[in-house]
Design a protein around this ligand. Structure first.
Ligand code: ADP
Ligand code: MG
Length: 697
């Protein structure tokens, strides 16, 4: 019952005579030889010459050609770092970290010294850093304090084809920086051929193509639409392992849960087959929340010449290159953050990939020799259901953070900002509205004092507000712990076979009326136990995550100090903490409807307590709650929930709720909500017109 394939397409790529030699070159070659084998090495001099002669350069090259790891080094070797740091931005944190590590090894230096990286809450650089990898979000933040990016001699904007929100905003900002700083080099790299658009944006600048070296990839479509892509991927992987010639396998999955499930199932299947003489297989997951030491594993050769299967998110599409992949299994899905107008906010959702993604994924099989790609979707799915290319993030997500940033960079009229592809004005308005209800923007669309303070925190607007308000309400010591706990991926783990033990240990921390307070309680217990690692292990808590929480807490403390916000504890009066949460999350409020079932107060949409919630476990059913975020699986679940008073909602979110609200019909409150919004939009428009008028006069 394996997936039935139809061979349909032959990638007409140039076959070179090196295919054989490449198979295990990593093992036989030194780092120097590896570097010299990369396609970009062949054009090193030519490329450097063009960089010297131009200010902005677009560099196009296949994934794996050496753009990310080599360009920074070439610039360094050519003396650019004498004038300032060479930085390279990445849309993904994992890529920034892992590539920095690789480059430090290639240069034979300690990571964090000459070569470093910076991601949110983690700065691994020093005085001696000359090559710096960083997320695009960090560079954007740096431009707040240093609009001309003076400390850099060259900025490489990597993975531009990904069109991440931050990259798109940086494009607009850097366009101006370049006009002010003739000495700065801007290099934009892309793995795809859509470079003309980038070139046009910067005024028809030079596009340089790194000659590629790809091998033919045979592509197979599933004959029918696949019902369960995890199941299908497992079957395909096992079948390849048992029957196909040597070569590693790369499986693309949308997200962590599917990756974990796939890995588990492949291992399980093999266990039974090994008794029948099947060879062992090394199964490795890769996704952004995976601990770094496990991430590094995907680049290593499996022991004893074992075959390796890497199960990845679209991070392995272009950001990370795993050598030796010969077979690709493509689920056809990825997770995207999209603005969901129904719930009025962003949600991570599983979507079909675009045709451009599909060919990138297939291409991974043909990097070091001819390969095969198995698509777990039909040719009809591909043709009719997949977009040609991705919709840039800026056109599909919430822009609150970006707006705060641009506003504090004194960009008066956001609609006039030079975007490569402007966001829909509806999106812009929605996000401005959200900032307005949080009190970050005033009625004319200008930053308020609160808004100005919010910008300083590397957090979502609602979380920033929560921290600032907590200092006024007298519970900031507690709040920065909660916010830090919310800023790391997963705290708890439940090992297979020991779930019940783990659950019963973890339940001890539960504070019946609040998941936020549960997190606080847990942290305080850890502190009481001397921040002990064994204590964490005993309670099935990730030690690394907790250490990270402590670091983040320290950083938030420093930001607060710089803003002269007081650090005060409310002692055991945790109602204040709940009220403070309510003050920043009243737009995420819901009212009880049935057991575990709530309706969103603003939209009337049903939403559910998550089974892991403290409220769920304790059978607590408060009338009103606020939640941190919604996650969408089969149902809409509220993640991290706190019970609040109806009274507080009326007091803290006056634009939404009045005390009479409960007696008002849904239609009435909806009408009120719409009217408020129209009023705000009109005022903003008027203010904008006034500014225009003033400019003319
Ligand atoms: P590009 O940016 O053009 O896609 P890269 O510079 O990322 O290319 O990759 C060049 C080579 O460096 C690839 O062969 C890749 O496998 C290798 N490489 C990149 N990162 C690592 C790492 N963390 N460990 C080992 N090898 C790596
Ligand atoms: Mg790259």
């Amino acid at each position: 019952d394996s997936v039935d394939y139809k061979k349909s397409q032959q990638f007409a790529d140039i076959m070179t005579d090196k295919s054989e030699a490449v198979s295990d070159f990593a093992k036989r070659n030194t780092i120097k030889q590896q570097r010299e084998y990369l396609p970009v090495y062949a054009v090193r001099e030519e490329l450097l010459k063009i960089i010297r002669e131009n200010t902005v350069i677009i560099v196009v090259g296949e994934t794996g050609s050496g753009k990310t790891t080599q360009l920074t080094q070439y610039l360094h070797e050519d003396g650019f770092t004498k004038r300032g740091i060479v930085c390279c931005t990445q849309p993904r944190r994992v890529a920034a970290m892992s590539v920095a590590k690789r480059v430090s090894e290639e240069m034979g230096v300690k990571l964090g010294e000459e070569v470093g990286y910076a991601i949110r809450f983690e700065d691994c650089t020093s005085e001696s850093t000359v090559i710096k990898y960083m997320t695009d979000g960090i560079l954007l933040r740096e431009s707040l304090n240093e609009p001309d990016l003076d400390r850099y001699s060259a900025v490489i904007m990597d993975e531009a084809h990904e069109r991440s929100l931050n990259t798109d905003v940086l494009f607009g900002l850097l366009r101006d920086v370049i006009s002010r700083r003739q000495d700065l080099k801007l290099i934009v790299t892309s793995a795809t051929m859509d470079a003309d658009k980038f070139s046009a944006f910067f005024g028809n600048v030079v596009v340089y193509n790194i000659p590629g070296r790809t091998f033919p990839v045979e592509t197979f479509f599933s004959k029918n639409t696949v019902e369960d892509y995890v199941d299908a991927a497992v079957k395909q992987t096992v079948q390849l392992h048992l029957g196909a010639p040597d070569g590693d396998i790369l499986v693309f999955m949308p997200g962590q849960e599917d990756i974990d499930a796939t890995c588990e199932m492949v291992k399980e299947k093999l266990e039974s087959l090994i008794e029948e003489g099947a060879k062992p297989l090394s199964v490795l997951p890769i996704y952004s929340q995976l601990p770094t030491d496990l991430q590094a594993k995907i680049f290593q050769k499996a022991e004893h010449g074992m075959r390796k299967v890497v199960v990845a998110t679209n991070i392995a599409e272009t950001s990370l290159t795993v050598d030796g992949i010969k077979y690709v299994v493509d689920s056809g899905y990825c997770k995207l953050k999209v603005y969901n107008p129904r719930i009025g906010m962003d949600a991570l959702q599983v979507f079909p990939i675009s045709q451009a993604n599909a060919s990138q994924r297939a291409g991974r099989a043909g990097r070091t020799g001819p390969g095969q790609c198995f698509r777990l979707y039909s040719e009809r799915n591909f043709r009719d259901e997949m977009l040609k290319t991705n919709v840039p993030e800026i056109q599909r997500t919430n822009l609150s953070n970006v707006i705060l940033l641009l506003k504090s960079l004194k960009v008066q009229d956001l609609m006039e900002f030079h975007f490569m592809d402007p966001p829909p004005s509806e999106n812009m308005m929605n996000s401005m509205y959200q900032l307005w209800i949080l009190g970050a923007l005033d009625n004319t669309g200008e930053l308020t004092d609160l808004g100005r303070q919010m910008v300083e925190f590397p957090l979502d607007p609602a979380m920033s507000k929560m921290v600032i308000v907590s200092s006024m309400m007298g519970c900031s010591a507690e709040m920065i712990i909660i916010v830090s706990m919310l800023s790391v991926p997963s705290i708890f783990y439940r090992p297979k076979g020991r779930e019940e033990e783990a659950i019963s240990k973890q339940e001890k921390f539960q504070v019946p009326e609040s998941d936020h307070l549960t997190l606080l309680h847990l942290y305080q217990q850890w502190k009481l136990n001397g921040y002990s690692a064994t204590w964490c292990t005993d309670h099935f808590i990730h030690v690394k995550a907790m250490k990270k929480v402590r670091e983040i807490r320290q950083q938030l403390k420093e930001i607060m100090a710089s803003l002269e916000l007081k650090l005060i504890s409310c002692g055991s009066d945790w109602d204040i903490v709940r009220k403070c949460i309510c003050s920043a999350y009243f737009h995420h409020a819901a009212r009880l409807k049935g057991i575990g079932e709530y309706v969103n107060l603003r939209t009337g949409m049903p939403c559910h307590l998550h089974p892991t919630s403290a409220l769920y476990g304790m059978g607590m059913t408060p009338d009103y709650i606020v939640y941190h975020e919604l996650i969408m699986t089969i149902k809409e679940y509220m993640q991290c929930v706190t019970a609040v008073d109806g009274q507080w909602l009326a007091e803290l979110g006056p634009m939404f709720f009045s005390l009479k609200d409960s007696s008002q019909s849904k239609a009435e409150s909806r009408k009120k909500f719409v009217n408020e919004r129209i009023a705000m939009e009109n005022e903003m428009k008027e203010a904008q017109e006034k500014i225009e008028q003033m400019k003319k006069e």
